[in-house]
Design a binder for this molecule. Structure first.
Ligand code: CDP
Ligand code: MG
Length: 855
């Protein structure tokens, strides 16, 4: 049985009298025996107890190869590895420092002995990059081993799936076809793939076609603490898949192998998974990887300020000018804020600016500017007394500068938190410097400012992992992305605004809100922890400790309690999980919401009266789209306009591709040398920073939005989107096109990919259907003034969103909408003017129309 490499298979069915997890949960034997060389190797279970392994078990075979039973000194356990890998030297060196690597043996023991294992470890401890490697080396995912099925790792975020696949491939010196990723729009998977990173949504859809996940031998659910909806559902479904795979294997079915599940979390709050009897009848072992975390000193603002963007700039300025070297990581809530802050920091401390200042003074040599030796901050670092003084300085100013906000509690974070592009002009900047008591001229260390948010093109996202140019201070301005899924090296200071943009959804009326809301205490701790990875650090919280104590929840709410659940309910039905109310959710959603979701699906034709999936429902579940959009595809097919509908739903799923005013201004203003900015330069006059120039460009932008000459006028936002998608395809895409038409290149590219993917699904599943695309469409023109509408199921008045092509027109009588969003009032987005007579021609298809009140 062990002729070929080591046998890593689970015990053969005849061993199955010994349940897999029992060995691990057996109490340790009381008395210590004297060891002799022929003894079983010393082994500790996941809870540190001694393990007596069932004889002839695969685990025993595995561990009998390492008499010491310990990880070798160099951290490799090569002697008992199925696959030997060649890691680049620098990789090998740095991975040995990761806390997870020291725990390889207990982790692998637990994995081999238990169907489910929970691994908790502080962000940056090496879970995501190393666990797949442990498994790979032990033979998982390799043809010829006992576990040839792939190693699957899910991520709630696309950025993480892509970047982690690349990182692990690099660490193992393997190609992207061996260590691959798959996200909604894109994949590098091949028949050769051993390790596959994917978004949780991708795996969920795979379950619909292959419920036993036969291609996999092990699944790692990463970032389980984030409680994304898909992750929660996956854990519920996988608990059942594990049982089925184990049963088939026990029955001795040919080729059947048990599946293993590893749940990874950055927090210790895992009881929803680990001690949830409806999920796992035997509680899985929980392995805690000791954190190698340096102390992080917390600094709360004395008062909570409302303008946290300006406050973040102030704080960063102070840290940069007064405190020793070390990266600064700033947490904000969204793209516009981030771009604004990057721009302002660049404008004060960018390399060019610092050089200019130096030239103006006509003093100093380049080495004085970029050399680290006589850098003011360095001096501080070398002089502990001075560091203390500088630190006290920064803190003292918290008190002076804490912008008065009489009452923390009443502080209002509702509404649109769009950044005002004119917020800080040069006069104001001078004022600010005066207020801060900073002579920016004193600062001679240039900043290397890098943004990080999900809409940023992937190659730019990767820039955060690169070391800054010599003598520069790295400043990363990020959203939540940097909270747990990506570890940015060498961060010493964290500036935390304490907020995050959160999408909420009102189940009763379907109104969505994008609210900037307080984060949880757990999130705040995660953010602070980013400062203590490489050495002691500091975290500046732009809110008061009272606010933190009394108004921050302990943990953030699982997404499943906040978002529409029709999509996952349809997916579950597609897997023949009919009684969704009995589904083992880690945190069950409200029963009413489940019933409501079933009603919507029935309404769309996806479920029968009895709640079972219909043929139509099965077709709908094939698409990586929300059920309404999938249903649109079906209607599109029935009405011979499928290619158009594919383009429309792709665009609606990706989201609004049009650049809005602030974003446009931000990118045109940016000194960044990136492509979009370059392409937008024709809009940028020499006097770009003057308000007059800004006004001019704004006018140009809106004028062009409404004339869009080649695209005609619109009676529908949907048509506008369709036209831009068509025109983009026709032009063959490209940055030039995007700049000329004021659309976001990344969104357009995603729409393009999703469209191709949907077409592909249609073609492979429904032969003979033409998805060819006819690009130019000339919808009826005639643009026509804000009036309150009534929407079915919504009590309040609703209004046409200013971004709509219909905004400035005479209000049409009836409209259909794609989204309802609440900011200052309730807005409708994605609008189309309809003739109510059309509705009757659509069989069983009643989208709630909105009737205009008499103007
Ligand atoms: O998953 P977990 O947060 O426990 O850690 P990880 O993502 O596996 O990261 C382990 C280490 O690898 C960290 O120190 C990261 O900074 C580093 N890493 C990197 O340098 N480049 C990447 N592309 C990914 C990770
Ligand atoms: Mg991770």
């Amino acid at each position: 049985n062990v002729a070929k490499g080591y046998d890593l298979s689970p015990p053969t069915p005849r061993d199955s009298s010994l349940p897999l997890s029992d060995a691990a949960s057996k109490p340790p034997p009381a008395k210590k025996r004297k060891r002799n060389p022929s003894d079983q190797p010393e082994m500790r279970g996941p809870l540190g107890e001694d393990l007596i392994l069932p004889s002839n078990s695969f685990a025993q075979q595995l561990f009998s190869r390492t008499p010491s039973g310990k990880v070798d000194k160099d951290g490799s356990v090569s002697k008992r590895k199925f696959i030997s890998v060649l890691r680049p030297d620098d990789v090998q060196e740095s991975r040995l420092l990761l806390p997870v690597v020291a725990e390889e043996q207990p982790i692998m023991e637990a994995v081999l002995l238990n169907p489910v294992v929970v691994v908790c470890g502080e962000t940056g401890s090496g879970k995501t990059t190393q666990l797949p490697q442990f498994l790979y080396e032990a033979g998982f995912g390799s043809p010829g081993s006992e576990n040839p099925g792939m190693i699957g790792i899910t991520q709630p975020r696309r950025v993480a799936a892509m970047s982690m696949a690349a990182r692990v491939a690099q660490e193992l010196s393997l190609t992207s076809s061996k260590v691959s990723y798959q996200i909604r729009y894109d994949a590098t998977v091949s028949p050769m793939t051993s390790i596959k990173f994917m978004t949780d949504g991708v795996l969920l859809r795979e379950l619909a076609t292959d419920f036993l996940l036969t291609k996999y031998s092990v699944i790692i659910i990463d970032e389980a603490h984030e409680r994304s909806m898909n992750t929660d559902i996956l854990i519920g479904v996988l608990s059942r898949v594990l049982k089925l795979r184990e049963e088939l294997w026990k029955e001795g079915k040919e080729g059947a192998k048990p599946l293993r599940l590893i749940i990874m979390s950055a927090t210790l709050r895992v009881s929803d998974f680990a001690s949830n009897k409806s999920l796992f009848s035997t509680p899985p072992p929980v392995i805690n990887v000791a954190a190698r975390q340096h102390p992080v000193t917390m600094h709360f603002n004395r008062r909570t300020v409302s303008d946290y963007v300006a406050e973040a700039i102030k704080k960063t300025t102070k840290i940069h000018t007064r405190l020793p070297p070390g990266g600064i990581l700033i947490f904000l809530t969204g793209q516009n804020e981030i771009q604004g802050v990057c721009r302002k920091l660049e404008a004060r401390f960018g390399k060019k600016v610092i050089e200019q200042r130096r030239r103006r003074r006509g003093a100093g040599s380049a080495s004085r500017i970029f050399g680290v030796d006589d850098d003011v901050s360095n001096e501080a670092q070398n002089n502990p007394k001075r560091v203390g003084a500088a630190q006290a300085d920064v803190e003292a100013e918290d008190l002076e500068l804490g912008e008065t906000q009489a009452n923390d509690v009443a502080f209002d974070v509702d509404g649109d938190v769009e950044e005002d592009p004119d917020a800080l002009d040069s006069d104001e900047e001078e004022l600010l410097n005066e207020e801060l008591g900073i002579d920016v001229d004193e600062s001679e260390t240039p900043m290397h400012v890098v943004p990080l948010y999900s809409l940023l093109p992937s190659d730019k996202q990767m820039r955060v992992f690169l070391p800054p140019p010599t003598g520069h201070r790295l400043v990363v301005v990020a959203t939540n992305v940097a909270e747990t899924s990506l570890t940015i090296p060498n961060i010493r200071y964290v500036v935390d605004c304490g907020r995050a943009k959160e999408r909420r959804y009102d189940v009763t009326n379907g109104i969505q809100t994008f609210q900037v809301a307080w984060i949880s205490k757990a999130s705040a701790a995660q953010r602070a922890g980013r400062a203590g990875r490489t050495g002691p650090g500091h975290c500046y919280r732009l809110y008061s400790s009272a606010l933190y104590e009394h108004h921050f929840d302990q943990f953030s709410k699982p997404e499943i309690l906040r978002m529409p659940i029709e999509g996952v309910v349809l997916q579950m039905k597609g897997m023949h999980i009919d009684a969704v109310v009995n589904f083992p959710f880690p945190t069950p959603p409200d029963r009413n919401n489940l019933q409501k979701a079933e009603k919507v699906l029935h309404y769309l034709g996806a479920l029968s009266k009895e709640g079972q999936i219909t043929e139509l429902g099965k077709t709908m579940s094939l698409f990586p789209l929300s059920p309404r959009f999938s249903r649109m595809l079906v209607s599109g097919q029935q009405h011979q306009c499928l290619p158009f509908v594919i383009a429309i739903v792709s665009a609606l799923s990706v989201g609004d591709p049009f650049l809005h005013e602030e974003a446009l201004l931000a990118s045109a203003d940016s000194e960044d040398d990136d492509d979009e900015a370059e392409k937008l330069k024709h809009l940028t006059s020499a006097a770009v920073r003057t308000k007059e120039a800004l006004r001019l460009r704004r006018k140009q932008f809106f004028a062009s939005q409404h004339t869009h000459s080649s695209l005609g006028g619109f009676t529908s936002d949907i048509f506008r989107v369709l036209s831009i998608v068509g025109a983009y395809e026709y032009a063959g895409g490209g940055a030039q096109f995007c700049a000329e038409h004021f659309v976001q290149p990344k969104a357009m590219e995603e729409i393009h990919k999703l469209r191709a993917q949907i077409s592909n699904i249609v073609q492979t599943n429904f032969l003979g259907i033409d998805t060819g695309f006819v690009p130019n469409l000339n919808p009826p023109s005639d643009l026509q003034v804000g009036v309150a509408y009534k929407a079915l199921g919504i009590a309040e008045d609703v209004f046409i969103h200013p971004s709509s092509v219909l905004f400035k027109n005479t209000p049409p009588e009836y409209l259909i909408f794609n989204e309802v969003v609440r900011t200052s009032q309730v807005w409708l987005k994605g609008l189309t003017v309809i003739n109510p007579a059309w509705l009757s021609s659509l069989d069983g298809w009643e989208l709630p129309p909105i009737k205009a009140e008499h103007p």
